[in-house]
Design a protein around this ligand. Structure first.
Ligand code: SF4
Length: 352
């Protein structure tokens, strides 16, 4: 049976939704009982080290080198660098989100806080009004802490910080404020992956779950589609290895909720722009084969992608299936279950 691109996208969404509603355990990840789990930042505070981290992080604002762009401007004085972020956090939204990985979503959703502005700025950005145009509201760290506590109160399973890099010091400060008022949820660092190793080390013992993208494996593609970030592949590889050192393999409790660990996201792009085969090979060589990897099929043409012929279309069924085939061939054992279900559906349809 021939599968059109429209069928592909619609069925991917439907399938994702049906998995979400299922009460069956569908997690491929290793399940462990973790005893009395505590968030990383709570332990750091009990050791008396979190306040010092907040101070160290805040000092970086005066000569901002929070990310590999290393603008060197003073954000405390109102200067703005490549990301256009001010010194206060700018928030687009803070809500339960049900479109994330199942172990983050659970029953009540992932407590997702979308930060405005971005240090990578891809031409195909799916959130471009927020990331490129900075749409959102500037708030105080205390307000950010209150949002975290509200998300906890309404039953969210984690605090999912989307595009956090440019506001990392505010996040640390807000987390400490919220901790003192009862925050106990896992902190998810949901990043484009464009990070500095030195900055990630400041997050050691603060973040519970790292969720980086690995967008490209090739410097030229990164430079072309992400505002000259030719160092993206090398830096992101180093960053992910550091993240894995800090939090290790994804740990899920008996209710299927992720508490700690690494989730790598890789968006399949048209014409093999994302370098999926190289990505899968690298994961197997650099990290445990059981690393949780989400190979995602939902690329669609957004923002300025129309101006770049190679990425000015969605991906085909064949492109997604070959990506999943590489994951199998190189031996990844912990793939996101929604991606696996989409793969199985299209494989069956093809042979049916
Ligand atoms: S966070 Fe923004 S201002 Fe700071 S170095 Fe990165 S791009 Fe420049």
């Amino acid at each position: 049976m021939e599968i059109t691109r429209r069928d592909f996208i619609i069925n991917s969404l439907i399938l994702g939704g049906s998995l979400l509603c299922s009460s069956l355990p569908v997690f491929a990840g290793q399940k462990r009982r973790l005893g009395r789990w505590r968030p990383a930042y709570e332990k750091l505070e009990s050791e008396g080290k979190l306040a010092e981290r907040v101070e160290q992080a805040y000092a970086i604002f005066e000569d901002c080198r929070l990310c590999p762009r290393q603008c060197g401007i003073n954000r405390q004085n109102g200067e703005k660098g490549f990301c256009r972020a001010p010194v206060r956090p700018v928030i687009f939204s803070a809500n339960p989100h049900f479109g994330e990985e199942l172990s983050l979503v659970g029953r009540n959703g992932s407590g997702t806080i979308f930060f405005s502005n971005c240090n990578l700025r891809c031409v195909f950005c799916q959130n471009w009004p927020i990331s490129h145009r900075g749409k959102g509201k500037e708030i105080q760290d205390e307000d950010l802490a209150a949002m975290m506590l509200h998300l906890q109160k309404i039953g969210c399973h984690n605090i999912n910080l989307v595009t956090p890099t440019q506001v990392m010091p505010n996040i640390l400060n807000a987390t400490r404020i919220a901790l003192k008022k009862g925050l106990r949820l896992p902190l998810v660092y949901n990043t484009s992956g464009y990070e500095r190793l030195e900055i990630l080390r400041l997050l050691d013992g603060v973040v519970d779950i790292y969720m980086p993208d690995m967008k490209y494996m090739d410097a030229d593609q990164a430079s072309k589609y992400s505002a000259g970030a030719s160092d993206y592949p090398e830096l992101t590889k180093k960053g992910i290895i550091e993240m894995n050192r800090q939090v290790g393999e994804l740990l899920i409790n008996k209710r299927g909720i992720a508490l700690q660990g690494l989730i790598i996201r890789h968006l399949v792009m048209p014409n093999r722009v994302a370098g999926t085969e190289k990505f899968v090979k690298w994961v197997v060589e650099a990290l445990p084969k059981s690393t949780y990897v989400n190979i995602m099929p939902q690329y669609h043409v957004e923002y300025k992608a129309y101006e770049y012929p190679k990425i000015a279309r969605g991906i085909t069924v064949q492109e997604f299936l070959e990506a999943m085939e590489w994951a199998k061939k190189y031996g990844l054992t912990n793939l996101d279950p929604k991606s696996v279900a989409v793969r199985d559906l299209y494989s069956r349809r093809r042979s049916g």
